[in-house]
Design a protein around this ligand. Structure first.
Ligand code: SF4
Length: 331
């Protein structure tokens, strides 16, 4: 197996211009200096409230959004500076599963055509070979018998079955990296577990790396090896899932964990919105630490003046908070 992480970003920034009367009046800093790596066969959960930049980050990794600056290394090659033609070749090695299984499938296509499409677009296999691959993919996502489901249209399926079709489509080109963007948040609790188990099974069988984007720490606990907590375009805490959830260090992570209503992640999959205060505007983020207007430990003259660095505490743990300054110095 090749060395190093499969995906790595270095100081990645994605800004969107805001225009008024044909003039740029500012920038929405959706992703603002994120350095994160995803190992081979690893699942990293990117957790945060809506509007924190998670989806934009995921789309940038797939080359669907062009970064403003920084690097995105996929298997050692920077895709941020690639042409569309080069990107298309690399995208064959990537897949995406969206949140909404209703909106993400073309309602006029049969399941067969939906799942076959990436093969056609990428000119993979003969008609016969493609048929075999589609049937195998449907079997793999447990849509059995595959011939039965292949002829159905999306509206004839349940939400969970639709999401399985979306997963079959995402894995049919045998991607090494999949971005799963809130893939279970619109499904019933019982189906969520099944879909997460399916991701695990696919990972075990094919060695896929996942970026699992979610606002829900409970499912992140269940599915990920490492967690990165994103707040207002930045990663504020990162580390092995078990360590972060048993000893959250950033005040924002602590607030999110208090927001899980039940300690058993198998029982509860919905997080209450109880972090006090509102997420900041990405157009005009607060000075210094972006969490300072909501932070119970806010230190005036420090937290609101300069942004805290992402302190490396050892053991894979990193935290962007001045409270960890001494611990980082001693590590
Ligand atoms: Fe709170 Fe200051 Fe830490 Fe930010 S740097 S999380 S405001 S204590």
């Amino acid at each position: 197996m090749p060395e190093g992480p499969l995906v790595r970003t270095e100081d990645l920034r994605v800004y969107f211009p805001v225009r008024k009367l044909f003039r740029t009046v500012g920038y929405v800093r959706a992703v603002d200096g994120v350095s994160l790596s995803i190992g081979r066969n690893e699942t990293v959960a990117l957790v945060g409230e809506s509007g924190s930049g998670k989806t934009t980050f995921g789309r940038a990794l797939l080359g669907l959004v062009r970064p403003t600056s920084g690097r995105i290394l996929f298997d050692g090659t920077d895709i941020a500076s690639m042409s569309e033609k080069e990107l298309k070749r690399v995208r064959r090695r990537m897949g995406i599963v969206f949140q909404d299984p209703y909106a993400s499938l073309n309602p006029t296509f049969t399941v067969y055509r939906i799942v076959e499409e990436p093969l056609v677009v990428n000119r993979i296999g003969t008609k016969e070979e493609r048929r075999e691959m589609v049937m195998r993919a449907l079997e793999e996502v447990k849509l059995n018998p595959p011939e039965f489901f292949a002829s159905k249209y999306p509206h004839m399926l349940s939400g969970g079955q639709r999401q399985r079709v979306a997963i079959a489509r995402a894995i049919i080109t045998r991607p090494e990296f999949v971005v799963a963007d809130e893939p279970v948040s619109m499904l019933d609790a019982s189906i969520r577990v099944e879909i997460l188990l399916l991701f695990r099974e696919i990972q075990r069988r094919h060695g896929v790396s996942f970026l699992y984007i979610t606002h829900d720490l409970a499912t992140a606990k269940y599915f990920s090896d490492r967690i990165a907590i994103m707040y207002a375009g930045k990663v504020v805490e990162e580390g092995p899932t078990r360590a972060v959830l048993s000893e959250p260090l950033h005040p924002y992570t602590q607030a999110l964990i208090e927001a899980i209503p039940d300690p058993d992640p198998m029982n509860r999959f919905k997080m209450r919105e109880v972090v006090p205060g509102q997420p900041p505007s990405l157009l005009n983020p607060p000075s210094g630490c972006r969490f300072h207007p909501r932070c119970p430990y806010f230190m005036k003259g420090k937290c609101d003046v300069q942004e805290p660095p992402l302190y490396d505490l050892g053991g894979g743990r990193k935290v962007a908070c001045y409270l960890l300054e001494d611990r980082a110095a001693g590590s």
